[in-house]
Design a protein around this ligand. Structure first.
Ligand code: SF4
Ligand code: SF4
Ligand SMILES: [Zn+2]
Length: 301
C-alpha cells in the first residue's frame, strides 16, 4: 500500500521548478525532481533573501524549462532519424538479399557500420611532439605508481573471445570510425605503458618512447588518432591500450550476437553510413547510406 501511494504521489506531484514529475517531496518542502539544477533552487530558497530568491527562481526556472524542451526535441528528432534509417537499411538489405537473387535472408543478416571519411595527410611534427610528451608523462606516472598498476595491467592482458573475422572485416570496411577521437593520446594509459615495460624490461624509458615513436606513420588520417592509417592501426596489439584492444561498437556487438547463435550466418550484408561512430547518433548530421557489400564466409578464408 505504501508503495502504491508513493507511486500515486509521484504521478500527482510536479517539480516546483521545471514542472516535470517530482521525485522527492515532504510536507515541509516543495516537490522537486532529480535534476541538480532544480535541487539547487530548493537549496537557494533557504539561503537567499525573498527578493533575491524570486529573481533567482524565475531565471533558473526559465533556463531549465528551455533546456528540457531542447532535450525533448532532440530525443524526438533522434527517434525519427533512427526510424528512418531502420527503414532505409531494411529496404537496402531486402533489395540485395532475397530468394530471387539467390540469398536466403535468414542466412545473410545485415550490419550497419559507421565510416571514416577523413583524408590522409602527412602527420604534422607538432602532433608527433605532443604524442612524445604524452608518452613521457605516462611513463612517469607508471613508474611512480609501480605495483599500483597491477590490477589494470591484468585487464590489459584480457582478450575478448569470439573475435570473428567478420568483426575485423567490419572494422576494415568502416576504416576506423571509432579511432577519429584518438588524437595524440591514442587512448594510452599508464597501465598500457606498464604492461609494455613489463614485457620489455631491457628497455629504458627513452627506449620505450622510441619504440612507440617508431610506430608512428608518416601519413595518417587528418586530425584522427596519430596511429590511424588507411591500412589500420600502426601500433602492434601489445602496445595498444586496453580500450583499443577491446572496444566493441554497436555493429560489432550485433555481429558478436549473430555469431553466438546457431546455425551461423553464411555471410553478412554490410551497410556503410556516412558518419563516424561518434556522430552517427547526432540528429544534426547527415548519415546517409554511402555503400554496401555482401561478405560471405568463403570470402574470409
Ligand atoms: S570498432 Fe566499430 S567503429 Fe571502430 S572501426 Fe570497428 S566497426 Fe568501425
Ligand atoms: S591506437 Fe590504433 S586502435 Fe587505438 S585509436 Fe589509435 S588508431 Fe585506433
Ligand atoms: Zn525539476
Amino acid at each position: 500500500m505504501i508503495i502504491h501511494n508513493t507511486v500515486r504521489l509521484r504521478q500527482e506531484h510536479k517539480c516546483f521548478v521545471c514542472g516535470e514529475p517530482a521525485h522527492s517531496f515532504s510536507p515541509n518542502s516543495e516537490p522537486v525532481c532529480l535534476k541538480a539544477d532544480c535541487r539547487l533552487v530548493l537549496i537557494r530558497k533557504k539561503q537567499l533573501s525573498d527578493s533575491s530568491y524570486k529573481l533567482f527562481f524565475s531565471l533558473q526556472a526559465a533556463q531549465i524549462k528551455k533546456t528540457t524542451e531542447l532535450v525533448k526535441l532532440r530525443e524526438k528528432r533522434l527517434a525519427i532519424k533512427r526510424d528512418t534509417e531502420k527503414k532505409e537499411n531494411l529496404s537496402c538489405w531486402e533489395k540485395a538479399i532475397n530468394p530471387d537473387c539467390g540469398y536466403d535472408p535468414e542466412q545473410y543478416p545485415y550490419a550497419v557500420v559507421p565510416s571514416n571519411l577523413k583524408k590522409i595527410t602527412r602527420l604534422p611534427k607538432k602532433r608527433k611532439a605532443i604524442f612524445r610528451k604524452t608518452l613521457y608523462h605516462l611513463i612517469n606516472e607508471s613508474l611512480s605508481e609501480g605495483e599500483g598498476n597491477q590490477d589494470e595491467n591484468s585487464r590489459q592482458n584480457e582478450v575478448l573471445e569470439n573475435d570473428s573475422p567478420f568483426e575485423a572485416k567490419a572494422c576494415s570496411i568502416c576504416s576506423g570510425g571509432c579511432c577519429c577521437i584518438g588524437e595524440e593520446h591514442a587512448f594510452l594509459k599508464k597501465e598500457t605503458i606498464f604492461h609494455y615495460m613489463s614485457g620489455h624490461p631491457d628497455q629504458t624509458p627513452a627506449q620505450v618512447v622510441a619504440s612507440y615513436m617508431k610506430c608512428l606513420p608518416e601519413k595518417s588520417f587528418e586530425n584522427s588518432c596519430v596511429n590511424h592509417t588507411k591500412t589500420g592501426c600502426t601500433l602492434p596489439r601489445d602496445m595498444r591500450s586496453h580500450v583499443c584492444n577491446n572496444y566493441l561498437c554497436d555493429p560489432l556487438n550485433k555481429l558478436r550476437k549473430l555469431f553466438a547463435q546457431t546455425p551461423l550466418p553464411k555471410g553478412v550484408f554490410f551497410i556503410s553510413r556516412a558518419q563516424n561512430n561518434w556522430k552517427k547518433d547526432d540528429p544534426d548530421f547527415d548519415n546517409r547510406i554511402v555503400g554496401s557489400v555482401l561478405i560471405s564466409r568463403g570470402d574470409l578464408c
